[in-house]
Design a protein around this ligand. Structure first.
Ligand SMILES: [Zn+2]
Length: 304
């Protein structure tokens, strides 16, 4: 069972051991996750919204087909990422056991190829059924009892994967006092490298207008104040809004991942992001599901 504070190379080993124990391990020709992966490269996915069956559509989109396409694209990379991360709303709406069974089927080729897989919880996920379907995602000793959180220690940066799920199938999210206090300590204990923090929900600095309800992260101000107060925190990565964008707030980069599923704004790209951590920053490449989309292959270089 993977530790949830293991460095990437160790995680690769553990993922392979778990896969091997389950009889799932299939090496691709001339490649292994341990020896062949680029330790500074991560595949970033978000908002997969995988439903209970592969034929279920939403907004004219087959979410299962979309994720299977992304999985194929990751498997055909020549420079392999050392991990794949799905940043929440892994399941379609209610985090049903059948959703996660379909998701497990979609990501099986990644697991079989030895890619460590990390997932965060969005508002359409449910921790219980998630852990039932992905038993190796449940740590023996959780960092926090009530949350699914992970620290991934990379060679050039550490990744802190938070849990902003507040209530299943209810839109807003929250980090909460307990998780924020844990994060402050976890960040302080790893001040030797840049920190990249990730959670599902979109920052929402202002409360909703009267009569409207929260749509994003309810305690955005408290989280962002914490992140901005710690010099080695360089980026906050999120999803939820299905809207690919990056912006900078002081020294903190804000990265809004595109959805693997459907977009909310017609014309925006859906797809995933190939991230390469550098000594002084992060390179991002948008991989649009539609290779004819004008932003497909767009490369951004964030500096720190
Ligand atoms: Zn969401």
């Amino acid at each position: 069972m993977p530790l949830h504070t293991a460095p990437l190379s160790r995680r690769s080993f553990l993922a392979q051991s778990a896969a091997a124990a389950a009889g799932l391990l299939v090496y691709r020709q001339g490649w292994s996750a341990e020896a062949g992966a680029n330790p500074n490269r991560i595949a970033l996915l978000s908002d997969t919204h995988i439903p209970e069956g592969p034929d279920v559509l939403a907004r004219d989109t087959n979410m299962t087909s979309n994720l299977k396409q992304v999985v194929r694209e990751i498997l055909t990379l020549t420079d392999n990422p050392s991990a794949v991360m799905i940043n929440g709303d892994c399941a379609y709406l209610k985090g049903l056991p059948a959703d996660y069974a379909n998701l497990a089927d979609c990501v099986a080729p990644l697991t079989q190829a030895g890619f460590p897989l990390h997932m965060t919880m969005g508002n359409h996920d449910d921790r219980g059924p998630f852990y039932e379907a992905f038993r190796n995602q449940k740590p023996e000793q959780p960092l926090l009892q009530s949350k699914h959180i992970t620290v991934v220690e990379g060679p050039l940066a550490n990744w802190f994967l938070l849990d902003s799920l507040l209530e299943v199938n209810v839109t807003p999210g929250e980090i909460g006092d307990e998780q924020r206090a844990w994060l402050a300590k976890a960040l302080a204990a790893r001040s030797d490298k840049p920190a990249i923090v990730m959670a599902h929900h979109t920052p929402q600095f202002e409360p909703p207008a009267e009569g409207k309800s929260w749509g994003g992260l309810k305690d955005t101000t408290a989280l962002v104040e914490l992140l901005a107060s710690i010099k080695h925190v360089k980026a906050f990565i999120f999803g939820h809004s299905h809207h690919w964008a990056t912006l900078q707030r002081g020294g903190l980069h804000l990265i809004n991942l595109p959805p693997v599923a459907y977009v909310f704004t017609p014309g925006k790209p859906n797809g995933w992001v190939l991230a390469d951590v550098r000594e002084n920053g992060l390179s991002l490449e948008l991989r649009s599901l539609d290779p004819t989309h004008k932003q497909h292959g767009e490369k951004l270089s964030l500096e720190w």
